[in-house]
Structures are given as structure tokens and as C-alpha cells.
Design a protein around this ligand. Structure first.
Ligand SMILES: *Cc1c(COP(=O)(O)O)cnc(C)c1O
Length: 396
């Protein structure tokens, strides 16, 4: 590492709040599925900014669209209409099959909005306010107080109690545990279609169908968090589309803007017409012309470049290669995941492996202490998978 890079890292440690254990690298630029640090060292990136840069780095069409929008109009208040936001909302409706969109600046804010929408819906239905939400253990929904309140990891919540009230935790893929939490006050059941931070746990088909039926029977809203697993990552535009089960409310973010900070929550017309209304919710930046231009271009490029087809092909290949690795190495317990959202579960902490990989020019990230998570750009090729496996093998 150069003296200059070392110095920048020192300066970072003095200036920034110590909320992250950062890897010892200062990243400088990206191209396709590769990143470069400030010394010019090249890295194969299997993290993509945590499932964000779906289209790869330095995509010319995406960059040009943003530059054009910057020269035209970056921001207007949501009190006025703007064409990029209108176009982005239409496109999101089309790919999701949901009816109404609210743009946010981040995933956590999309969760906040979804919670408010569900509470308002229940309030208008029975006139009371102490409704409950069922969330899952090992879930992750963000760091703001509402999102934290539905995050099933006590470690993240403890110091910040009290959370927002009336949240119950059930277990993912255990329908009985969900049923045990339901009562006449339950207004929503919320989970990630594929749990990300909690260790790459996909919902089973039985669970999805069971929860949907339970929601229909009891008049409860199903909220699916697609912030990490959505936007093509599992081989369909949104992960729930593979199950034939539709949510009432959905959150998205991360790859939605491919690097420009955006998110959204969407809902069916049925929910929208008796939920948030004028004055109930707002944001200064959410869906501003620059952010919306990013969403527009991302959705166009997904279609033009057959991104989802690539995920199906390369995702299946990644899965196969990780399976082989899991069979070959005793230190690996199992593989879990769907498409280009995969996890290798180790018998011991993976921090050393990830640091070794970084040293050898491969960027990986964990999900929990024992799991290496693979959430690369959706434009990766089989050759990139082979290259990754080759480097990872030397680190085991
Ligand atoms: C990242 C993530 C969030 C939070 O998104 P931010 O943009 O970091 O606020 C919420 N839910 C899931 C499933 C996530 O992966």
C-alpha cells in the first residue's frame, strides 16, 4: 500500500465517525465488474456496492443520461411535476405489476413509508391506532428508528430502545410461528423475499403461499422488502415474482438507481385508495429529476441488455460452482441463495478469507460472521465467475 493511501486511511479514521470496520483500501474508480484503488491495483468485484451497481461500473449510457439530466434540471420540489419521475413511476408500475409509487432516498426510508402506509390503512379500516406488525428474526430493514424496529437482530436495536411499539417477531419459513403472532390488531406481515444481511435465506414457496393466504383470510397486508433481492438479482425483476404470490406493498432501493441514492415503496390500488393521502408523507429529495433519470435509465438498460436473462444463466453457473466448492472444502458447511444472490456458509468466521481475497484482488463481503455473500453486478460473465472461484480457492 502506498504512503498516500495509508495517509488517507489515517485521515478517514480521524474525520469519520467509527461506525464501520472498513477494509484497508481506498477505492478510486470502477469499470465493468472491476474496481481500482488509488494505487491503481485492480479488483474483481463480487459485492457491487452491496447489490447496488447492477449494470457494472462506468456504464456509458447510464453516465450520459445522468450528465444530460444534470445539465437540464437536478431538483424540483415534489410540489411540482417532473417528467423523469413520471416516466420512472410508469416503468416501475409496469415491471412490478403494482399500482402506485412513492420515491424515497434510501431503503430505510422506503421501509418507513411502507410501515406508515400499513398503519394508515388499518387506522382507516377500524378507527384505532395500536396496530401490530409481524416481522422476522434475522431480518434487516435499515437503520432508521422504524426500520430498526422491524429488524430482527437485537444487537442492532439494543442501545436504541425504545423502538416503535407493537412489533412481533416470527421465524422466516415457519408459518406456524407467524400464525402464533397474529391477532385482531395485526395490520401487516413484513419480510425480505430473500433475507440478505441475515444470511441469504430465501423464502420457501410454501411460506410465501401460506403467508399470502393468511393475509387474505385475516385482512392483513403483506409487505415484501425487495431492497436487496429485487431488481433482477434472483432471476426475475422482483424476487416475489418467482412464487406467483403478490405483495400489497413492496419496498425497493439499492440497484434501483445503480448508485444514485434512491428507493421506493409501491402498493396496490386497493391499499392506495385507503392509505397515505395528501399531507401524510413527504420527502424533499425523493424522486427528484436526477434520481428519477437514474431509475429510468436503469430500467431501460435492464430491458435493452437482457439483464435478467444474464442473471438466470450466470446465476445458475455461480450456484453450480459454489456447490462444487462447498463439496470440495471441509471448512464450508453449505451454500444457500438464488441467482446472483448467493451465500457460502462456513464453519468458522470468514473475515480472514475476505481479507486474503482483497489482498489477491477480489472483493467479497460477509453476511453475518460465518457467511460469505456473493452479490456481484448483474452483468458478470461465466468467465468472471471462474476468475472469482480461482482466487477464492487460493484463500481457503
Ligand atoms: C440495505 C437494505 C435496507 C436498507 O437500505 P438503506 O438504503 O441502507 O437504507 C433495507 N432492507 C434490506 C433488505 C436491505 O438489504
Amino acid at each position: 500500500m502506498s504512503e498516500m493511501m495509508k495517509q488517507y486511511i489515517d485521515e478517514a479514521e480521524q474525520a469519520l465517525l467509527h461506525t464501520y470496520n472498513r477494509y484497508q483500501v481506498v477505492l478510486d474508480k470502477g469499470d465493468g465488474v472491476y474496481l481500482y484503488d488509488m494505487d491503481g491495483k485492480k479488483y474483481l468485484d463480487f459485492v457491487s456496492g452491496i447489490a447496488v451497481f447492477a449494470l457494472g461500473y462506468n456504464n456509458k449510457e447510464y453516465n450520459d443520461a445522468l450528465k444530460a439530466q444534470i445539465d437540464k434540471l437536478i431538483h424540483t420540489s415534489n410540489y411540482y411535476y417532473n417528467v423523469p419521475a413520471i416516466e420512472a413511476a410508469k416503468k416501475l408500475k409496469k415491471v412490478s405489476g403494482l399500482d402506485r409509487v412513492f420515491f424515497t432516498n434510501s431503503g430505510a426510508e422506503a421501509i418507513e413509508g411502507a410501515i406508515k402506509a400499513a398503519r394508515k390503512y388499518a387506522y382507516l379500516k377500524d378507527g384505532t391506532t395500536d396496530h401490530e406488525i409481524i416481522a422476522m428474526e434475522h431480518s434487516f430493514h435499515g437503520r432508521t428508528m422504524g426500520a430498526l424496529s422491524v429488524t430482527g437482530n437485537p444487537k442492532y436495536r439494543e442501545a436504541f430502545e425504545p423502538m416503535i411499539g407493537n412489533i412481533r417477531f416470527a421465524n422466516m419459513n415457519d408459518l406456524d410461528s407467524v400464525k402464533a403472532c397474529v391477532n385482531e390488531k395485526t395490520c401487516a406481515i413484513l419480510f425480505e423475499t430473500v433475507q440478505g444481511e441475515g444470511g441469504i435465506y430465501p423464502a420457501t414457496k410454501e411460506f410465501m403461499e401460506g403467508v399470502r393466504a393468511l393475509c387474505d383470510e385475516k385482512g392483513i397486508l403483506l409487505i415484501l422488502d425487495e431492497i436487496q433481492c429485487g431488481m433482477g438479482r434472483t432471476g426475475s425483476m422482483f424476487a416475489w415474482q418467482r412464487y406467483g404470490v403478490k405483495p400489497d406493498i413492496m419496498t425497493t432501493a439499492k440497484a434501483l438507481g445503480c448508485g444514485v441514492p434512491v428507493g421506493a415503496f409501491l402498493m396496490t390500488e386497493e391499499v392506495a385508495k385507503q392509505s397515505l393521502t395528501s399531507g401524510d408523507h413527504g420527502t424533499t429529495y425523493g424522486g427528484n429529476p436526477l434520481a428519477a433519470a437514474a431509475i429510468n435509465k436503469v430500467l431501460d438498460l435492464f430491458e435493452q441488455n437482457n439483464i435478467i436473462e444474464n442473471v438466470q444463466i450466470v446465476g445458475a453457473y455461480l450456484e453450480e460452482q459454489l456447490e462444487l466448492l462447498a463439496k470440495e472444502f471441509d471448512c464450508i458447511e453449505t451454500r444457500r441463495g438464488v441467482g446472483l444472490m448467493q451465500g457460502l456458509v462456513f464453519k468458522a468466521p470468514v473475515a480472514d478469507i475476505i481479507n486474503k481475497a482483497l489482498d489477491k484482488g477480489l472483493i467479497l463481503i460477509n453476511a453475518g460472521t460465518n457467511i460469505i455473500r456473493f452479490v456481484p453486478s448483474l452483468v458478470i460473465s461465466k468467465d468472471n465467475v471462474d476468475e472469482m472461484i480461482g482466487i477464492l480457492r487460493t484463500c481457503l
